[in-house]
Design a protein around this ligand. Structure first.
Ligand code: 2P0
Length: 330
């Protein structure tokens, strides 16, 4: 009745932005991500008669309100499958800041789904796990797999064909690195969920986003399969800029970039001009993630660390599948 899972965070190279069904979390477009080693969430879930209600602790703090109810709804989906009415205690720890654009909800809901299904004795494959994880947070279905992953949007109303699949395992492209620069660890003001809903509702550019994203997916898949860094990097950078343009043009505007974000983007462009090939991607927050190859990573990491605005740097490569661990958190 108690189980612990670990899931890595993932960063999209072709982004998920916009839902066609908010309740089931079904996206308008497919997305492609790299699962990161070293940025993870571990979650222990225990179901027991002794618990009168669900409880959630994240990084040592007790969580109530909307965040607890999202986690509880996720347990409800799993309890229904397992025909259980037991309440659950959830304890979660991440080794990186949450709600700051580093995909903590992806690793969080992937670990929660895996731990809770295991604790209730369900034996599900990764497709079934993905369909459940997706309903907690869309990008969570991608964190169930290591390496390079595609969340296929699916077309069915019930969401049964909207789940993630691995494009390539982590060892396929061990030289691909991501330098994650944290320019501020403050929690963002507009959560991705609200941001994308507003974008779908009123950005005049959202239609253009959907029209061009299919082509980005084709090129990103090819870039990963053929380990064509220039192709993948250029697509990832442009796709990120297109996504941000859709949100900048909503009313009221959503601008996740801080001045330090823009200065880091310019730094990436300058390094590229100097012959250090690298590309940026940015999510629903101010952090800049820089894609590069191992041959250049030391120089690029040093340049990022030199920047006085950068508070923390994580050097990541493609990480492992989410999995069960024996090290319970309580
Ligand atoms: C992504 N993001 O593909 C995109 C790019 C942020 C920018 O997935 O509402 O926390 O829980 O499904 O997954 C962040 O949004 O949103 C996200 P919900 P989620 O990684």
């Amino acid at each position: 009745m108690k189980s612990t899972a670990i899931a890595n965070s993932n960063i999209a190279l072709v982004k998920y932005w916009g839902k066609r069904n908010e309740k089931l979390i079904l996206p308008f477009n497919s997305s492609i991500s790299m699962t990161l080693d070293g940025l993870y969430t571990a979650t222990t879930v225990e179901f027991s008669e002794k618990y009168k209600q669900d409880s959630l602790s994240i990084d040592g703090g007790h969580i109530f309100g909307e965040e607890l109810s999202k986690a509880s709804v996720q347990l409800d989906i799993i309890r229904k499958l397992a025909k259980s009415t037991l309440k659950g205690k959830m304890v979660s720890r991440s080794n990186f800041p949450k709600s700051a654009g580093l995909a903590s909800s992806a690793s969080g809901f992937a670990a929660l789904t895996l731990a809770a299904t295991k604790a209730l004795g369900l034996h599900l494959d990764r497709k079934e796990l993905g369909i459940i994880a997706r309903q907690g947070s869309g990008s969570a279905c991608r964190s169930l797999y290591g390496g390079f992953v595609e969340w296929q949007k699916g077309t069915l109303e019930d969401g049964s064909d909207s789940y993630a699949r691995q494009i390539a395992p982590k060892d396929h492209w061990g030289e691909l690195a991501m330098v994650v620069s944290v320019v501020t660890a403050k929690e963002k003001k507009v959560k991705s969920r609200a941001g994308m809903a507003q974008t779908v509702a009123n950005s005049p550019l959202y239609k253009a986003w959907l029209e061009t994203v299919e082509d980005d997916l084709v090129k990103a898949r090819k870039g990963i399969k053929e380990m064509n860094f220039t192709l993948l990097g250029a697509i990832a950078e442009m796709n990120c800029l297109k996504m941000h343009c859709t949100m900048v043009t909503t009313t009221p505007h959503i601008i996740y970039w801080e001045p330090q974000t823009v200065s880091m983007m310019k730094e990436v462009m300058a390094m590229r001009e100097e012959g250090l090939e690298c590309y940026f991607t940015i999510d629903g927050g101010p952090q800049v993630k820089i894609l590069c190859l191992d041959k250049d990573v030391k120089k690029i990491e040093a340049r990022v660390r030199e920047n006085k605005d950068v508070q923390k740097v994580y050097l990541c490569h493609a990480g492992d599948d989410a999995g069960i661990t024996k090290e319970d958190l309580f």
